[in-house]
Design a protein around this ligand. Structure first.
Ligand SMILES: Nc1ncnc2c1ncn2[C@@H]1O[C@H](COP(=O)(O)OP(=O)(O)OP(=O)(O)O)[C@@H](O)[C@H]1O
Length: 248
């Protein structure tokens, strides 16, 4: 069993955590698929969860989002449990309505309670943000994967969320489409949105993340500033993962 290393996020942890995972356990099929996960997440920036398949990254994201409840332990938010619209989620495969891009975004604004008179301007902003104006009247479901993900991203941002949780948002996209999504993430971060990202893409983690949390078999093995993690991973498992070795 590998040793769990101390969490080392450097200076950022001088500020109190916005989200605190406190000894979180999640059992599935009679075993702990998340095993005593304790982690403070600071108020700003991007944290990337990395690790091999089955490490528990997606489940951790779902726990933070409140979509599933831990078997034991707690997830605490400094500002109290967020409202559903304060936590936005984007998955690898976007699920869009069978309507135009414009109608998808308008529906989101309506759902989030944007007053009717404000909606046209907000809609225009969202279309511009995603560079979606030329696609506005197209049925969302016939767009390319990259275009659909741009719609999903700006839809997620429609509610001005505090937290943006991204589960392998560019896993099936080409470099150009990936760059467009990363630009949207960077804009959200600049606007103060706290981003938590699950990715297998080391380049992406290097470009976007301030901190890396490395999970393996449901356990948090490392938590460190991104540069430090990539330059000097401390566990054998993280070293092997970064070297591209098969981790069994
Ligand atoms: N309902 C369930 N019943 C049993 N096991 C489950 C269930 N849901 C998830 N698991 C297991 O929990 C573990 C963690 O799953 P999770 O989806 O979080 O992994 P991940 O790190 O996101 O992997 P990937 O990179 O493949 O997406 C896996 O071994 C998975 O099989």
């Amino acid at each position: 069993m590998p040793e769990v290393l101390a969490i080392d996020f450097g200076d950022e942890k001088a500020s109190p955590p916005a989200i605190l995972l406190d000894d979180v356990v999640l059992e599935r099929g009679g075993k702990a698929v998340i095993d005593r996960l304790s982690l403070p997440l600071g108020p700003k920036g991007v944290t990337a969860f990395m690790g091999p398949n089955g490490a528990g990254k997606s489940l951790t994201l779902r726990l933070i989002a409140g979509l599933i409840a831990p078997t034991a332990g707690r997830i605490r938010f400094a500002e109290g449990v967020p409202l559903p619209q304060q936590i936005a989620l984007v998955f690898q495969k976007p699920v869009l309505l069978r309507r135009s891009v414009r109608a998808n975004l308008d529906h989101a604004l309506k759902t989030f309670g944007t007053p009717r008179r404000e909606r046209p301007a907000r809609l225009a902003d969202l279309l511009a943000l995603g560079q979606l104006e030329p696609l506005a009247e197209r049925p969302a479901r016939v767009l390319s994967g990259g275009e659909q993900q741009r719609v999903a991203m700006v839809r997620a941002l429609a509610a001005n969320p505090k937290y943006l949780l991204l589960d392998e948002p560019t896993a099936s996209l080409d470099p150009q489409a990936t760059a467009a999504i990363e630009t949207l993430v960077a804009r959200a971060v600049a606007a103060g949105v706290r981003v938590i990202l699950v990715t297998h893409d080391r380049g992406q983690a290097g470009r976007l993340a301030d901190d890396i949390c490395f999970l393996h078999k449901g356990r948090l093995l490392e938590a460190a500033p991104a540069a430090r993690f990539f330059q000097a991973p401390k566990t054998a498992e993280a070293k092997a993962y970064l070297a591209g070795d098969l981790l069994l």
